[in-house]
Design a protein around this ligand. Sequence first.
Ligand SMILES: Nc1ncnc2c1ncn2[C@@H]1O[C@H](COP(=O)(O)OP(=O)(O)OP(=O)(O)O)[C@@H](O)[C@H]1O
Length: 634
Amino acid sequence: MKAGRAPGRDEQAPGARPRQAGQRHDARPARDGKRHGARGRRDTSLRRVGREARPFLRARTGAILRLAGWSLLEFAQTFLGGFGVARALDDGFLAGRPTTGLLWLAVAAAAVLPSVPAARGVFGRLADLVEPLRDGLVRRAVSRALSGALDRAGDVSTRSLSQVTHQSEIARDGWAGLVLTLRSFVFTAAGAVTGLLALSPALLLIVLPPLLLGAALFLATLPPMAARQRDYLAADEAYAAHAGRLAASVRDIAAAGAAERTVTESRTLAEEQLAASRSLARWSGVRVLALAVCGRFPPLLLLLGAPWLLRNGLTPGALVGALTYLTQALAPAVQALMTMLGTAGGRLVVVLDRFTDAPPPPADDPPPAREAAPPHRGTPVAELHEVSFAYGPGAQPVLDRLSLTIEAGEHLAVVGPSGSGKSTLAAVLAGTERPTGGAVRWRGRPVRPADATAVRVLLPQHAYVFSGSLRDNLRYHRPGARDREIAAMADTLGLDPLLSRLGSLDAAVEPDRLSQGERQLIALGRAYLAAPPLLILDEATSRLDPAAETRVEHAFGALPGALVVVAHRLSSARRAGRTLVMDGPRTQCGTHGELLDSCALYRDLAGLWEPADGRGEGSGRREGNGRGAERGRG
Ligand SMILES: Nc1ncnc2c1ncn2[C@@H]1O[C@H](COP(=O)(O)OP(=O)(O)OP(=O)(O)O)[C@@H](O)[C@H]1O
């Protein structure tokens, strides 16, 4: 048999590993209801961040007031900038008094001078607001890592390390930028509006509507942009995690023949990332529109309304002063604020939410969840209808119009000489090879890759075991399996000696230090815990001794699903209710007794196997289900 050509759930590469118990950040959110889910997350994340921000800010009221004090200089500078220009024109140059004009210009210019000590003061006070945030975040990440280390190793420590180093720095820089920009905007806007009011209240009639409209539009884009930002980060993280696992498991993927599925998964993740970035870009477009309305429309409207304003008593100096406020102070401040809120602000909320997010629940918290409801005995689990298969257009068919029904509770053995197509049949049944003719159905429905994990487990000869704890290896298909279920499984399948040798379920599994038989036992153990509707063992017990194999097959035979065993011993075929004999495209199906009577190839195989099995056939014609050959072509 070709080991690992047909990947089953056990043969999934780490890139396809199911979610571990307690892993809260689902790297790849389901497409269905994705928006809905994102909305729910965003609402709670904003609320969570807001709830934690309020006491933080309350405790730093003094620092905020000191920062505001230094920022008053910015207010004065803005106010004098426009007002000085207006007075210089009206009272100086246009009134024929150039000296007065120059003096007012000097006043406007002098207002810039205090900006140097003001910047020093602002940055000094800024530290009082920013450093405590970072210290608090680092403290939180460290304590989370310590409690995580007590519970379990793994994801938590990786996440905490990123929080201590990278994410806390992003939060600190984002928070510092937000405070600086917000403060500057508030005092600049206040200075400009006061100046406009001082020059002529009518100016506000023209300037305020576009400013307010743009601000409203911008605020409306914030929640969806935060959600898109979060989706994008999640998609980015999912892709990065997938790529990281791929890099570490290229050999496993090749060994398990999971390349095609891995490529499909990579493509899906890349498409999700692309969709998230496109959506983010669309909202960025709306934000640019808001910026334009806010920053560019007021000066434009002022110029358009200039004749009306001048007719109604506005002086030319006041008009130029107002333009100075709009173009030199307000527009840059609005632009800086919106850019800040739209980029670093969104990131800040997302990153802070990671810290406010509750830590993952303990590993055993989630209730054990079977991946599929147990099938009713006797209902068809897998059906082949006139199935043909060849490895290439000109190649000899390996399967030729084979029809076969496998029912829940049934135990089917597949036997045949080397190269007769047993592994190919296993792959076609498992849906990893598509038939070139005919149809395969699972539980009455055409095979869909999306159903694969819920329907079947295919174990090849070479078992896939990964570095990690024994518990993680055994719970690979059922992350929620409890320790007592694992213990019961170990008892049933005969894993206890291996468990004792390794020490405990927490023991680290080093695949290279396990024998082939031990690896097979681990793979069989996780398949038993998963109890899938269809279990296909493609020589998956070949490295077990006959007694262990008997124990395992009896245990699997008692499960409610269907069991298909590519047998390499006569004893294995005799245990099955039915046996399918493959001889290239020719097949024959029947009970052990029927086949001994009617199938020369089976008799030959039985003769060859008997000595190796170490026991005679005796009168061992077991009762099968008596269905006989279903479809063969001789
Ligand atoms: N990937 C492949 N490409 C082309 N031909 C293949 C491929 N895999 C198998 N075959 C051919 O298909 C036929 C059936 O192979 P298959 O592995 O299914 O037989 P088998 O009964 O499982 O053999 P064994 O018991 O030796 O593993 C053989 O002739 C084999 O050479």
